[in-house]
Design a protein around this ligand. Sequence first.
Ligand SMILES: Nc1ncnc2c1ncn2[C@@H]1O[C@H](COP(=O)(O)OP(=O)(O)OP(=O)(O)O)[C@@H](O)[C@H]1O
Length: 330
Amino acid sequence: MSHLDIILQADELAIGYGKKSQAATIAKDMSIKLEKGKLTCLLGPNGVGKSTLIKTIMGQIPPMKGKIELNGKTLSEIGPKELSKRIAVVLTDKVRLGNLTVLELVALGRTPHTNWLGNLSEQDHLKIDRAIQLTHISYIQDNVLSELSDGQLQKVMIARALAQDGDLLILDEPTAHLDLINRFEVMQLLRSIAHEEKKSILVVTHDLEIAIDTADEFWLMQCGLPLVKGTPEDLIINGQINLLLPSEQLSFDKITGKVLILNDVSYPILEGDSYLIFWMKLFLRKNHSVKVNEISKISIKESPFSIKIETQQNQFRFETFNDFKSYLEG
Ligand SMILES: Nc1ncnc2c1ncn2[C@@H]1O[C@H](COP(=O)(O)OP(=O)(O)OP(=O)(O)O)[C@@H](O)[C@H]1O
């Protein structure tokens, strides 16, 4: 990594609100670095300080300690106009500009670059077209915003941020209001923009599974602990991902990539393909009405699907079911 690839960095950063005796430090001793061409996801529980960190990175609130450098220049020395050329932000609040068309909203992304009359140059039009093309929204470019679905609107907001053409894009929970398919699409889109357009993208998200699939780097924030950074894969394998799950009842399963609720089920002998055993274990953990301690063996197979339950209380007995529902009700 050359120093030119570092868009933003800070060492021993402390963030928070207020001054002197009124000061409330939210997090401290943070070293952060955002690089060109990388998608970074910031994760942590509600109230830990994720928004405070991004507001500090955006220059909206000053650091309580340490300084942030953007393209090698201290953030506090960069004026607001210059800052808005370099950092584009997509916040969670829904825009209430219902009568604007998609194209008009994306064009607003060029505001920091236009003259006081707001006239768009040829260069501005090229950037707007490119942003629309990258986010695949040309088919709705003449629609008014009030007609869009939440998924479409989120892509339009990303297009506006792209039209701004800063090196750094910051998004606060971009998948918050979206269904599963749109959540995947938006995060995949952000990944491809980071990689292909060489942008640095920082996303605040609670969407752990999709973040694992898309992020190059994770920043994990946990109350009172230093910021933990690394690739999702490293953090999963070394177990640090569990910092996101401080409750002793939750654990991140390294094999399936899912958060599991731990309870004291001791399983009987389970026979079958490993994926069928995975779903059988989930079923047994969830359904306390199934008396696991009375079962000696469960055999499960797919084709034709069957669940064979063997018990060995006073005498050997077995029952076969052809789906989980009939087992539960049987
Ligand atoms: N303007 C403010 N002045 C003082 N304290 C604030 C202010 N905004 C937020 N806080 C406090 O800072 C702490 C961190 O809040 P923040 O919004 O950064 O958390 P978060 O991790 O983004 O939470 P969430 O996931 O719920 O969005 C909270 O205790 C909050 O009450």
